[in-house]
Design a protein around this ligand. Structure first.
Ligand code: F0G
Length: 376
């Protein structure tokens, strides 16, 4: 057996799961926490800025952390089919874990608004793909109705095991830094991941241990086992949204969200109350970014520090950079930005920004030499 087999085995005593369960896993978790050296320098700011690169999970997004738990539990409970609504990453992950488990997988995706890489994954893993003439929020409504009438287990983040799996990202960060960061920045769509991280940090902290259950932690319905105190201070949780779909900034659901960051094109977040609680309890905040700011951050990260994330993921970094620049996040802070998905998920958006990066030249020595010299 390999030494690392995934987050369920590693954290089994901190997850609501029994020791003898058949784990449906793909070696997820254990993603790198990369310190950005060039971007903060380029901004002229003295901060310790890290990215947790969740795009390096098996299907290229953080969803695998939750999916290994949700599918493991579904199989344990005898499920023969799972279902989700998705902007793309959940469907890719659900499809992969269902394939691994040998059960059926139905995914509802918004017609035409899903990145190519994600669709390719769902196809390859043999999911039953239903492209609906509606957005993610419509898909979510349908999935809830369908699961009431048919033997289908929902694997969206309203499935509490999803958040239990995803909380392990916070454990890994605490292990790496031997403390919590001062600020943890995440892109927010359906609001499950910010909730899950807050659960994770609360379980690592003495204060949560004393309080037993914080509002956010009540999600686990008393099932989680609190770790012994590892940190004495929890981070401020900062949630960033795309301006075209920023219900937390509007203070109400948004009916027609739109953004280049298709992964977070969501107007009716399911974990609304929990995400608000995480932000309030932690002393954090929400903010919104334009599509241009998101794409600029995606580009800057790839260009300056060699990390390629998908547009939605860059929302966290775009927000952090703005708040570091303005001083809202003060110098001397330790900041972690979650990069939720890999840049290869959405090649179209990357290539559409090519500008003059790609130049066609004749296949002879002189032409290629001239082209290189012109660019040196
Ligand atoms: N970033 C990426 C790349 C995502 O795919 C998602 C959500 C988020 C951020 C937001 O996380 O919903 O927990 O607030 N994608 C879901 C999906 C909705 O269907 O793949 P959240």
């Amino acid at each position: 057996r390999p030494r690392y087999t995934g987050l369920i085995s590693k954290y089994i005593d901190r997850l609501p799961i029994s020791d003898d369960v058949r784990i449906i896993g793909l070696g997820e978790g254990g993603t790198p926490l990369i310190q950005l050296s060039n971007l903060p320098k380029a901004m002229g700011r003295d901060v310790d800025l890290f990215v947790k690169f969740e795009g390096l999970n098996p299907t290229g997004s953080f969803k695998d952390r939750g999916m290994t738990m949700a599918v493991t539990k579904a199989v344990e409970e005898g499920a023969k089919a799972i279902i989700c609504a998705s902007t793309g990453n959940t469907s890719a992950s659900a499809a992969a874990y269902a394939a691994r488990a040998g059960i059926a997988c139905f995914v509802l995706i918004p017609d035409g608004k899903i990145a190519m890489g994600k669709l390719a994954q769902a196809i390859m893993h043999g999911a039953q793909i239903l492209q609906i003439r509606g957005n993610f929020d419509a898909g979510m409504r349908l999935v809830k109705q369908l699961a009431e009438h048919a033997p289908l287990t929902i694997v969206n983040s309203i499935n509490p095991y999803r958040l239990q799996g995803q909380k392990t990202a916070a454990f890994e960060i605490v292990e790496e830094l031997e403390r919590a960061p001062d600020y943890h920045c995440l892109p927010v769509g359906n609001a499950g991941n910010i909730t899950a991280h807050w659960i994770g940090y609360c379980e690592c902290s003495g204060s949560a241990h004393e309080q037993k259950l914080t509002e956010a932690c009540s999600l686990c319905q008393g099932q989680c086992r609190f770790a012994s105190a590892m940190i004495d201070k929890r981070p401020r949780m900062v949630g960033y949204q795309a301006a075209g779909g920023a219900p937390f900034m509007r203070g109400a659901p948004v009916d027609d969200p739109d953004t280049v960051a298709t992964a977070i094109r969501i107007g009716h977040p399911q974990s609304w109350d929990h995400a608000l609680a995480a932000s309030r309890e932690s002393g954090g905040w929400f903010d919104e970014l334009s599509d241009d700011e998101i794409l600029q951050a995606q580009r800057a990260l790839a260009d300056h520090d060699g990390v390629f994330c998908e547009p939605a993921s860059a929302t966290s970094l775009a927000g952090a950079m703005r708040d570091i620049g303005s001083g809202r996040i003060p110098e001397g802070s330790t900041v972690v930005c979650t990069l939720t998905g890999h840049g290869l998920k959405d090649p179209d958006v990357a290539i559409s920004q090519a500008g003059d990066a790609v130049q066609t030249v004749d296949a002879d020595y002189e032409s290629v030499r001239k082209a290189i010299i012109a660019r040196l």
